[in-house]
Ligand binder design. Structure first.
Ligand code: FES
Length: 146
């Protein structure tokens, strides 16, 4: 089995059985973002405990890449600080824009997306969940200043 097949299977599994799907009641932070290229939408709700992300739920009306991205992201950010989660998203963004194959340990779970980065039209699909996280953090700027 090639690495590409393994990565594809990981994405398919998350797209078919997304983790942390849904909407939290009384979230501390929430945001809805739209992919301007296709009109698809993603809603994120976050529960915080101080600096820490206690829980994260997403509702995705988008393609399977977008769904898989939201699912993997939710697993990565729960129990992280909001600041750390934002840093991960920004590193992912850098990795999507650079040619460099090296990725930090922080973004390792996102490697299945990085092999797809030559498909430039899908970058926004991969990034939509992280954009929602940024939008949430903007409501809580004091916790994300670096
Ligand atoms: Fe709409 Fe991917 S095609 S989010």
């Amino acid at each position: 089995m090639t690495k590409d097949t393994i990565y594809r299977d990981i994405l398919l599994e998350h797209a078919r059985h997304p983790k942390n799907s849904g909407r939290l009641k009384n979230p501390e932070l929430s945001a809805t973002v739209k992919n301007p290229l296709c009109g698809d939408e993603l809603e994120m709700t976050l529960a915080l405990s101080g600096e820490l992300i206690k829980d994260c739920r997403t509702i995705v009306r988008g393609c399977s890449i977008c769904q898989a991205s939201a699912s993997i992201m939710s697993e990565m950010i729960i129990k992280k600080s909001l600041k750390e989660a934002i840093k991960t998203g920004r590193l992912f963004d850098e990795n999507l824009r650079e040619d460099n194959e090296d990725v930090s340990e922080m973004v390792e779970p996102l490697r299945p997306f990085l092999v797809l980065k030559s498909h430039r039209s899908r970058i926004k699909c991969m990034k939509l969940a992280w954009d929602a996280l940024e939008k949430c953090a903007h409501q809580d700027k004091s916790k994300t200043q670096t």
